[in-house]
Every structure is written in structure tokens, then in C-alpha cells.
Design a protein around this ligand. Sequence first.
Ligand code: ATP
Ligand code: MG
Length: 411
Amino acid sequence: MTIKAQRGTKDILPEESATWQMIRENAQKVFQNAGFGEISTPVFEATELFNRGVGDSTDIVNKEMYTFCVGGADKNSSSITLRPENTAGVVRAYIEHNLNRISPPQKFWYFAPMFRYERPQAGRQRQFHQVGVEMFGASEPIADAEVILTAVEFLNSLGLNDLTVELNTLGCKNCKNAYREAIKEVIKPYLDEMCDDCKMRYEKNPLRMLDCKNDTCQKIFEKEEVKKVILKDYICDDCREHFETLTGYLNSLNINYKINKMLVRGLDYYNRTVFEIKSENLGSQSAVCGGGRYDGLVEMLGGQPTPAIGFAMGVERLYAIINKKDPEKLDYYIVSTNTSETIKLARSLRNKNKKVDYDFQGKKFSKQLEKASKVANFALILGDDEIEQKFYSIKNLTTGEQVKVFNIDEL
Ligand code: ATP
Ligand code: MG
């Protein structure tokens, strides 16, 4: 029996890697231009980090974690989890290495695999990648604007312009509490009809109910008296001013956004600004980016009180909209039957940072040219005449034009 890749995991093949590399390179460029430094944290962490840092009313912690017990029953066994997201790990590293010693704001970016035990479907895998940023030490609305701008600039750099930013504010501890109580009150009569998850969220984190994907629950939120409470403004003056200053920046930057009062997002510890970026071209898994402010998390995980904000994007979903599957072409394919000249020439060109390949099997020139036109931009022809008279024939495989070159430095 042959062994296949695990359900919900995917191999990334060479033909796909040009697009993957492009996504990573653009992330590096756009994020580093904006002052974010790259951070890589381990793939697994203590389970406790996610229980606390993602929150035990979330689907991630309740259903989606890859958790292992290591060390055996009678030793000092410990529970570890493959990271389902990267914010908790970055916050852990931030505290552990006292990164608050850098003058604020401290800005980090990452590109890394994540693991969630979910039902695999288009746009939803069990191992997938996220690219994202985290910024610490800035509570001002311009920090929120900067993070959203960075997300939008990165997406634009990938040629993705027809995206919508959905924006909401959850308020601070005070206004969030009033909102939470009002929602609990109006939902109470319907609680029996709601799904088991929402019954649990009702107790632990009622706002998360709004994010429920169950139809019955969504219908309850559509009821007039419920909707009225959801849409009512409970935001305090400070939070309102923060939000209005943020939208002012977004307006002046011409960033297209839409306020969505139902947007609450996954983590338990978001406050004030939350946002998602969606693409029409992705069907039901339409969110490419999720982010928000999490001012309480650093302190909750044992650090100093530190405002923070960030976002994460699903790289597979970005890949699906870019959907550019062309393999990257070689610069030159050497067409020759003289293998000992060819291997030397290939080495010189590769040392000049050219992408070069050639035939090993002494195939006919016509066959080699056919292969060249599939895989390369130029054919570098080295036949008997060329070797005897010491020149190279270079054929442009797009236009068919052919020229003589006497020195490879001229290429
Ligand atoms: P969803 O509602 O689609 O489950 P989420 O709220 O769980 O998303 P986040 O935790 O905010 O997602 O992750 C940020 C981004 O990571 C998402 O917008 C999405 O693009 C991507 N993502 C999340 N889970 C997966 C997955 N299982 N497979 C592929 N991409 C994912
Ligand atoms: Mg999810």
C-alpha cells in the first residue's frame, strides 16, 4: 500500500514555488520597509500558552489543537501543542527576551506553518501557512492605521486590489462589558434553541456567539429585537474617539473599508479595533486576513501591561487568488551534444547568477530546442560550428530572433 500525504496537508511542488517565493519576498519587502523585523518562533509550545493566549472559549482551543503528551506517564510529562496561530508564540518570545527594552513600538513579522485540526475543504487545511505582523507598545489610533495600511500595501504588492476591509470596534473593558450584558439579556429567551457551542460561549464569552456559523444561531441574531441590541452603540467616548481617528486616517489614505458590527473575531482577548480583509474570489472561505488590537494579552501572559495589535493572513488563500501556476522559467537552456563543453558553460553561467539547465542524453537538436522553448527564455546553442569558431548562438524563444555572441560576459 502506498503512503499518501495526511488529510488536510499539501505538498508544495516546484511548479508552485515561484508564486510562494513571490509572496514571501513581497512580505519581507513591504514589512521590512515599514520597520517590522522578522521573528521565527518554534512550531510547538506549551499547551498552556494557547489555552491562555488564544482563549478557552474559542474553536481553536476547544476543537482544533494538535496536542501531545510527551515524556511518558511516569516521568515529568508535559503537554505540548503544534501552534494553531502565531500571536501567542510571539507574545511569549516578546516577554521571554524582554523585547520591550527596544524603544516602542516594537514591530515583528513572520511567515510560518500553522496547524489546526479542522474539516479540510477548499481554503481550509490542517497544515497551512500564515504571514503576519505584530506591533507592541503603541496604543494610538495611528498604530491601528499603520497595521491596516501595511496589510493593504502587502496585498496591493501582490496585485490584489479588489479586496474589502471590514472593520469594527469591540470597545474596552468597560464598554465591552455593557455590550456583553445587553446581548446576554436579549439572547436569553432563545438560548435553548442555540447550538452547544453558543451555549458555552454565552457563559464564557458571549460576543463570540456573533461569529457562530450555525444557521439557527444566525437566524436568532437576525431577529429584530436582537439585531437592535447588536447594532446599538455601547462604545464609550474614548473608544469612539479612537475609532473615529482611525477611520479618519483610513479615509485620508483612500483605504476602502466597511463597518461590520457583527465582526467579533476568534481570539478571546481582542479589544477596540478588529478587522478582516475579504476577497470576492474565494467562495465561502473568503477571509484572507484577520487582525485586531489585543491590549490585554501581554499582561495576561505574564508581561508588563503593553498595548498590541497585529494581523495574520492565510498564505494558501492568497495563493488561490493569485493562482499563478506558471513555473519560473530558466534564463538559458543549453542546446548542444557536446556534454563536456556544456557542463563547463553551465557552471560559468550559474556562477554569474543565471538560471541554466541542459540535456544529459544527447537528444537531437530539434528535441532539445523543443524542451528549451518550454522551460527557458533563451536557448544557448553550442553546435559544431559554434565550438570550432568560438561563438555562441542565442535564440530568443519568445520572438524566435537569433544572435551570435563571442563572449559569455556579453550575455
Ligand atoms: P475562519 O473563520 O476562516 O476559520 P479564522 O477566524 O479561524 O478563519 P484566523 O485565526 O483569524 O482565522 O486566521 C487568519 C487567516 O488565516 C484567515 O483569515 C485565513 O486566511 C487563514 N486560515 C485560518 N485557518 C485556516 C485553515 N485551516 N486553512 C487555511 N487558511 C486558514
Ligand atoms: Mg477558524
